[in-house]
Write a protein that binds this ligand. Sequence first.
Ligand code: BTN
Length: 328
Amino acid sequence: MKQLSPLQIKLLERLGDGKCHSGNDLGEFLQITRTAIWKQISQLTAWGILIKRIPQRGYQLLTPLILLNENQIRSRLNDYSLSTAFDFHLAAEVDSTNSYLKSLPSAPSTAICCAEKQTQGRGRFGRQWSSPFGDNVYFSMRCEWTQCLSQLSGLSLVVSLALLHCLKRHQIDDGIGVKWPNDLLWQNKKLAGVLIEVSAESHGNAQLIIGIGINVNSSSEKQQLSDKPWCSLYDITGRYVDRNRLIADLIASLIQYLEQFKEEGFHGFRQQWLDVDLLKGQAITVSQPAGVLLGRAFGVNDAGQLCLMDEEGRMHYLSSGDASLSAM
Ligand code: BTN
C-alpha cells in the first residue's frame, strides 16, 4: 500500500480547483523551491495523475480532483446512526482493495479499504478492473460471517441493491438497473460491478470481502477503460460527484442492507430486485464453466438464483455465471 506524502496532498489540494498555478505560486504556498515543485509534479504524474505543464504559465490538473479523505467520510457518516464500527484503510495506491483486506490478519471487526488507484484491480472471472487514479470508487469491506455458508445465497444481488439505494440518495438512479448477479447498468453500459470473496476460517466462521467498483468521474468519451461498453456517474449526470460523500452513503446503505440480509436472507429483497431487473423477460445467454445456456430470463427465485427457461421449455436455476442479452 502506498500513501501520498503530506506535501503531495497539499499540492494536489491546491491544484484541485482545476486552475493553472505557476511554479512560483506553488513554491511559495508550500515553502519549497520551484525545482522541488517540479520534482513533486513529476512524481505525481508517475502515479498516473494527469497534470498538464503549460510553458511560461505553470501546472494544471486536466480534470478537477477532490482526494479521498477519511475525516470527510466519517463526518458524513455522523448523519447516520450506524450500529457497526469499522477500521478504515485509505490508500493512494494498492494492488487491489480486496487483496489488501484479505492480507490483513483475520479479526471479528469490520474493515474497509478504499484507494485512489489500484494497480491490479480485479473483476469477476479473472478479469481486470481498470482503476485510474482519483476518478472512481474502489471500495472493499471485510466482515465476519457467523451463519451457515448456504445462507450467503443472494448476497451479491443484495450488494448491488445497496449500491443502487446509495445512488438513489444522490438522486442518480433514473434508468439504472441491475444485471444478474451484480452489475449496475445504464443504457446497457456497465456503471458498477461487485466482486465478493469468501474465505472459510478454522473456527467455522467465514470472512466476507465485498469489493465494489463504481465508475464515478471518468468520462467514457475521453477515456478507454475497457473493451466493453461502460459509463460513469459523470456521463449520466454531466457533473463531478463527490466521492467522499458517495463512499459514506455506500457504507451506510451496505451496512443497512447486510443487517436485513442476515435477518431475512434474499427473500426480503426479491421484489426490489425484480423491480429493477434488466434481464427479466429477455432472451439471454449465460456462460458457465460447464458451457453456455441460451433461453429466456424469468427473474430470480427466493435464493437469488436466475430462472432461465431454455429453448426446450426446461427451467434452470442458476447460482453463478456471466449473463448477457442474446444478439437478436
Ligand atoms: C466485476 O464486475 O467484474 C466486479 C468488479 C469489482 C471491482 C472492485 S474495485 C474494488 C475491489 N477491488 C478489486 O480488486 N475488485 C473490486
